[in-house]
Design a protein around this ligand. Structure first.
Ligand SMILES: *[C@@H]1O[C@H](CO)[C@@H](O)[C@H](O)[C@H]1NC(C)=O
Ligand SMILES: [Cu+2]
Length: 241
């Protein structure tokens, strides 16, 4: 039974991936793919040591030219990341939009300060985590909440971080195949931000690749048996002001 469940889930997931396609700012949609470096294919990244884990690309080539838009936001704004199964799927036409319901796992958001949000060089950036949602005490997963909310996840920009340009890295980790490494499916895209009205905080940072290891309990994870009771979201703690 266990193997049957896992096999079906893997089969169902073969083409049921996801892409962060739109950013909302204080409840206002910024436009489909506006300011977001989206891939041409909605597949996962599974090698946490690869540069693809930074802002996707490589195994899922980025759409070119990269977007020229930089989304203006204020520190402290409420942002919403919206995911879809593909670049043009909707929940009305696609049961696997925004993501296959079986792709359970956490949702995580990071920021990295950059001199220019249009930079094509994403290696060597210093990232800090501003949001995470894993499995709650009722054993419901962040992905289930995202699915129920039509692909949308809300989070707040810290009010104390420095003004300037940033890349925002929004990520889903699907754990249905994560019992061995590589197996966890990482889905991430980077949005180009210009943050104003900030402060002078200097958050501790991590690198991508580097922030995750194949042995992390949040990357190598048994989703099915025994039924998990806790989940440790990978990466650093969430920065708060
Ligand atoms: C970023 O925002 C500041 C403050 O509103 C503005 O002066 C600047 O031109 C913006 N930069 C970009 C690249 O949009
Ligand atoms: Cu998938």
């Amino acid at each position: 039974m266990k193997n049957l469940i896992v096999t079906c889930s893997l089969l169902a997931s073969a083409s049921a991936h996801t892409i962060f396609t739109q950013l909302w700012v204080n409840g206002v949609a910024q436009g489909q793919t506006k300011g977001i470096r989206v891939p041409t294919y909605d597949g996962p990244v599974t090698d946490v040591t690869s540069n693809d884990v930074i802002c996707n690309g490589g195994v899922n080539p980025l759409r070119t030219p990269l977007p020229k838009d930089i989304i203006n936001v204020q520190a402290g704004d409420k942002l919403t990341a919206e995911w879809h199964h593909t670049l043009d799927s909707t929940q009305a036409s696609d049961a696997q939009d925004p993501i296959d319901k079986g792709h359970l796992g956490p949702v995580i958001v990071y920021l990295a300060k950059v001199d220019d949000a249009l930079t094509t060089k994403v290696t060597g950036l210093k990232w800090f985590k501003i949001y995470q949602d894993g499995m709650d005490s009722s054993k419901q997963w962040a992905v289930t909440r995202l699915y129920n909310n039509k692909g949308k996840v809300d989070f707040t920009l810290p009010s104390c971080i420095a003004s300037g340009q940033y890349l925002l890295r929004a990520e889903i980790i699907a754990l249905h195949g994560a019992s061995n490494y590589p197996g966890a499916q990482l889905y991430m895209e980077c949005a180009q931000l210009n943050i104003s009205g900030g402060g002078s905080a200097n958050p501790p940072t991590v690198s991508f690749p580097g922030a995750y290891k194949g042995t992390d309990p949040g990357i190598k994870f048994q989703l099915y048996y025994p039924t998990p009771t806790t989940y440790i979201v990978p990466g650093p703690t969430v920065f708060s002001c």
